[in-house]
Design a protein around this ligand. Structure first.
Ligand code: ZN
Length: 767
C-alpha cells in the first residue's frame, strides 16, 4: 500500500510538472548565455525582460513593478510560490499582517488558525552592491529553478513558503557596472571598478540607509516590500573580497545591538548554521560562520527591528566577471578564522585555485535554496516565533522606558519632521496628547508627540532615539580595539538636533490615533544666505561616497552647484566662476593622484600639480575652499596652513572613535556658526583634530570640549582626552580668500541635519 501510494504521488508529480517547465524560459534563452559564463554581464533591461517572460510563462511566478529608481529604471520584484498559494495571496498577506501585529488577533482559536494557514514569507534581495556581479545573475537561476523544478524539494518550498525576490536593490548600478565592464573588456581596465559611484548618489553606502531611508530605492523597498510582506526571513546576497572564505553566513559576531529581540538572534544563528550544514553536504568548501560581520547598526538591518531574521551571505568575488587564480599564500583569514586552519566555524577550508563567476552564482543560488528549504521545513516554527516577537514587543520589555515624548515647540521644523518621518516610515505609531500632560516631572501642552514603546516596532523607535553605549571590545585584554564592522552611533535626536524626552512613567492622558507626520520641506535659502555664484563640488573619478552624499544633500536642499572633474579644475580660472569649492572627504593621495594607469587616460591622475595650483590661485584671489573631514588633512599640507593635525601618529589604543557622535562647541556669533546652537554635535569618524599655531591667520570656529566635559554623546571613544579642546572647524585665511576645514562630517550620510547649516554657511563667498 505504501509503495503504491508513493508511486501514485510520483506519477502525479511527473504528470503535472513537466508541462509547466517545458514552457518556462531558461535564463540562457533571454540573456544569451548561461548565468555565470566567464566575462558575460548584461544590463538591467535584459534582466527585467527575463523576469517578465518568466512570470508570463509560469503560474508560480508573478511580476511586480514597484516604482522608479534614481535614474528612472524600473524597480521590480517577483513573487514565487505554488500556483495554489499565488491564487490566495491576498488571504496569505492578511494572515501574515495579523501575525505581525498580535493586537489584531482576537482569540486563541484565531491564533492557531493563523499559524496553521499562514506561509513563511521570505524576502531575497540581491546586488545592492553592483560590483558584486554574481548578484546580477543568481536571481535568474533561483527563479528559474523554482519555476521549473519538479522535485519534491522544490515543490515543498513552493507549498510552504512565499518567496519575494528582488533581483536588484540597485538597478542603476547594474547598468553602471555592466556598461563599464563590457566597455573595458579586453583592455587593461577589464575587471576594475567603474570611475563613478555605482549607486548614483551614495555608492556602497546604499546598504547603510536602512533607517535613514534617504534614497528612493530604500524607500521603495521599505514601503512596498518590508511593510507590506512583513517577511520572517530576509536574505541579502552580497560578495566579499576574493581572498577570504568562499562564503560567509551568520551567526554574526558580537556586538548585537541590544534592542534586537533574542529570538531574532537565535533565528539568524540557527538558520545561517543550517544553511552552512546543507551546503557542506553538497560538497561546498570554504564556508565560514561567525566571522567578520557584526550586528550593531540598524543601518544595515531594518528587519532586526521588524521581527525578521537577516541572513547576510557574502560570497568570494572574482574580478567582476573575469576569473581569477588564487594562490594558497594569497588567502587571508579575517576576524574569527584562519583560511588554512579548520575550526568549529570554518570546518572545511578551501585551498585556493581558480575562482570564477560560475562559482559565485553556484554558491549564491545554492545558499538561497538552502535557506528556502529551511523556511519550508520549519514553517510553523518561523511563524510562531515571528508572532512571539510581536507579542513581546506589544507587552513591553522590562527595564525599558515607557515612552519617548517629543515636544513640538522650539524644534527645528525640517529636522523634527525628518526624524518623525523616519519612525513613521519604519511603521512606528506616533500619537499626540489630546490634553496637556505632566509626565516624568515635566509638563507638555496638548498636541505633544508621544511614542509609546509597547507596539510591534517599538524597538526600532528605541534604538534610534536613545544613546548608544558601544561595548569596549579589544582584540585581547588591554590590546587594540576590535573595530566595529560599521559605525557605532545612530541617535537621531542628536544627529538632527531635535529635543526628545525619555519617559519611565505611563502617559495617562488620552492619546490620539496614530498621526500622519507632514513631509518636511528642505530649503537652503531658509537656512543660510545663499551664495552669489554657483558652488563647485569636486567630483573625483575615484568616486568617494562622501562626494555622492554631498551632492545628494545639495540636490535635496536646492544648493546651486556644479560638479567639477579634474580637467575643469586643472584648467584654472576658477575664481571668476565659483564663489566656493567643496572637496568632499577623501585622502590626499586620492585627490592628487586619482586613478591608476590601468584606467583609460581620461580618468587617470587626479588633480595633479596643475589642479592643486589652480585651487591655490582660486583661494588667493578670494575664493572659499571647503574641505571635509579627511580632505582637510590634505588641505593643511597643500596650502601650508598654520594648523596641525593632533591626531597624526596616534595609534588606535591611544585614540579611537570609529563613527561616533561628539559634543561640539561653536564660536558664538560667528557667521560660520549662524543658526546653530552654541553647543551642538559633530559626527566624528577618525577625522583630524586641529591645533591652530598662528591665531592671526587661522581660528577655530568649533572645538571639542575641554577636559572635564564629556566629548562622547553616543557611540564609542577610546582616549577622549586626546580630542579635548581640539579644533573641529577652522577658518584659515589665505591671500584674499580662505580655507574652511571641517574635522568631522557635517552632512554624514544625509543624517546630520544638526550640522548642515555649518556646511551651508561655509559656502558663502567672501568676495
Ligand atoms: Zn556588498
Amino acid at each position: 500500500m505504501r509503495t503504491h501510494l508513493g508511486r501514485c504521488c510520483l506519477t502525479l508529480v511527473l504528470a503535472v510538472a513537466p508541462a509547466a517547465s517545458a514552457q518556462v524560459p531558461t535564463p540562457e534563452s533571454v540573456l544569451g548565455f548561461v548565468p555565470g559564463t566567464d566575462r558575460k554581464l548584461v544590463e538591467w533591461p535584459t534582466l527585467v525582460d527575463y523576469f517578465r517572460r518568466l512570470a508570463a510563462a509560469s503560474d508560480r511566478v508573478t511580476f511586480r513593478d514597484l516604482g522608479r529608481t534614481t535614474k528612472g529604471a524600473p524597480f521590480i520584484a517577483v513573487v514565487v510560490s505554488s500556483a495554489a498559494n499565488l491564487g490566495r495571496l491576498d488571504e496569505l498577506l492578511a494572515i501574515n499582517a495579523k501575525l505581525a501585529d498580535p493586537r489584531t488577533i482576537a482569540s486563541d482559536e484565531e491564533r492557531a488558525a493563523l499559524l496553521r494557514d499562514g506561509r513563511a514569507i521570505v524576502l531575497v534581495t540581491s546586488s545592492i552592491h553592483s560590483t558584486e556581479v554574481g548578484g546580477h545573475l543568481s536571481p535568474t537561476v533561483i527563479a528559474h529553478r523554482l519555476a521549473s523544478g519538479t522535485d519534491p524539494d522544490v515543490l515543498r518550498i513552493l507549498d510552504e513558503a512565499v518567496l519575494v525576490l528582488v533581483p536588484s536593490l540597485n538597478p542603476d548600478g547594474v547598468n553602471i557596472v555592466s556598461r563599464w565592464y563590457n566597455a573595458t573588456l579586453g583592455t587593461e581596465a577589464e575587471g576594475t571598478s567603474p570611475p563613478e559611484l555605482y549607486h548614483p548618489y551614495v555608492g556602497h553606502d546604499n546598504n547603510r540607509d536602512w533607517y535613514a531611508f534617504t534614497q528612493v530605492e530604500t524607500q521603495i523597498t521599505i514601503d512596498s516590500l518590508h511593510n507590506v510582506w512583513h517577511p520572517q526571513i530576509v536574505h541579502d546576497m552580497h560578495q566579499q573580497g576574493a581572498f577570504g572564505s568562499r562564503l560567509f553566513l551568520p551567526p554574526f559576531l558580537d556586538p548585537v545591538e541590544p534592542n534586537v529581540d533574542p529570538l531574532i538572534v537565535w533565528g539568524f544563528n540557527t538558520l545561517g548554521t543550517a544553511m552552512a550544514w546543507d551546503l557542506a553536504g553538497q560538497g561546498k568548501r570554504g564556508v565560514v560562520v561567525s566571522a567578520t560581520y557584526d550586528a550593531w547598526t540598524p543601518a544595515r538591518a531594518y528587519q532586526h527591528y521588524h521581527a525578521g531574521v537577516r541572513i547576510l551571505s557574502e560570497t568570494a568575488s572574482a574580478r567582476l566577471a573575469t576569473p581569477i587564480e588564487v594562490r594558497p599564500d594569497q588567502l587571508q583569514g579575517r576576524r574569527g578564522f584562519e583560511t588554512d586552519v579548520a575550526s568549529w566555524n570554518f570546518p572545511q577550508p578551501w585551498e585556493g585555485g581558480r575562482w570564477t563567476l560560475a562559482d559565485i552564482v553556484e554558491y549564491q543560488s545554492a545558499a538561497a535554496l538552502a535557506l528556502l528549504r529551511q523556511a519550508a521545513a520549519n514553517r510553523e516554527l518561523w511563524l510562531r516565533n515571528f508572532l512571539a516577537i510581536g507579542e513581546r514587543a506589544v507587552r513591553g520589555w522590562e527595564g525599558w522606558p515607557r515612552a519617548f515624548v517629543v515636544p513640538r515647540e522650539g524644534q527645528p521644523e525640517a529636522a523634527l519632521r525628518t526624524m518623525l518621518g523616519i519612525l513613521q516610515r519604519g511603521a512606528v505609531e506616533i500619537r499626540t496628547a489630546l490634553q496637556p500632560m505632566s509626565v516624568g516631572g515635566r509638563s507638555y501642552p496638548a498636541g505633544t508627540y508621544v511614542i509609546d514603546l509597547r507596539q510591534p516596532y517599538g524597538a526600532f523607535a528605541k534604538a534610534l532615539l536613545e544613546r548608544q553605549e558601544y561595548p569596549d571590545l579589544r582584540q585581547y585584554p588591554g590590546g587594540p580595539p576590535r573595530a566595529p564592522y560599521d559605525v557605532t552611533a545612530h541617535t537621531l535626536p542628536l544627529l538632527m538636533g531635535v529635543h526628545v524626552d525619555r519617559v519611565r512613567d505611563t502617559v495617562t492622558v488620552p492619546l490620539s490615533e496614530p498621526v500622519q507626520i507632514p513631509s518636511p520641506s528642505y530649503a537652503y535659502a531658509a537656512v543660510s544666505q545663499p551664495a552669489g555664484r554657483p558652488i563647485g563640488l569636486y567630483r573625483s573619478f575615484t568616486a568617494p561616497m562622501d562626494e555622492g552624499w554631498t551632492r545628494w544633500v545639495f540636490d535635496t536642499w536646492g544648493v546651486p552647484y556644479q560638479s567639477l572633474e579634474d580637467s575643469l579644475i586643472r584648467a584654472g580660472g576658477l575664481h571668476a566662476r565659483f564663489g566656493a569649492i567643496v572637496v568632499p572627504s577623501m585622502s590626499g593621495r586620492q585627490i592628487e593622484r586619482g586613478l591608476s594607469d590601468s584606467y583609460p587616460a581620461r580618468y587617470r591622475g587626479g588633480l595633479g600639480t596643475a589642479g592643486v595650483q589652480a585651487l591655490r590661485e582660486f583661494v588667493q584671489a578670494g575664493g572659499t575652499l571647503v574641505t571635509l573631514d579627511d580632505a582637510s588633512r590634505w588641505a593643511i599640507e597643500a596650502f601650508s596652513l598654520p594648523v596641525r593635525d593632533a591626531s597624526e601618529g596616534l595609534d588606535d589604543q591611544t585614540f579611537y572613535a570609529p563613527g561616533s557622535i561628539f559634543r561640539l562647541h561653536l564660536r558664538s556669533g560667528d557667521p560660520l556658526a549662524a543658526g546653530v546652537p552654541d553647543t551642538t554635535i559633530a559626527w566624528y569618524e577618525g577625522g583630524p583634530l586641529f591645533e591652530v599655531s598662528d591665531t592671526a591667520a587661522a581660528r577655530a570656529i568649533g572645538w571639542y570640549p575641554q577636559a572635564g566635559e564629556d566629548v562622547l554623546l553616543s557611540g564609542w571613544v577610546l582616549g577622549p582626552e586626546r580630542a579635548a579642546g581640539r579644533g573641529a572647524l577652522v577658518e584659515a585665511r589665505v591671500g584674499r580668500g580662505r580655507v574652511v576645514l571641517f574635522g568631522f562630517r557635517p552632512q554624514y550620510r544625509g543624517q546630520t541635519l544638526a550640522t548642515y547649516p555649518l556646511l551651508f554657511n561655509a559656502l558663502r563667498p567672501l568676495h
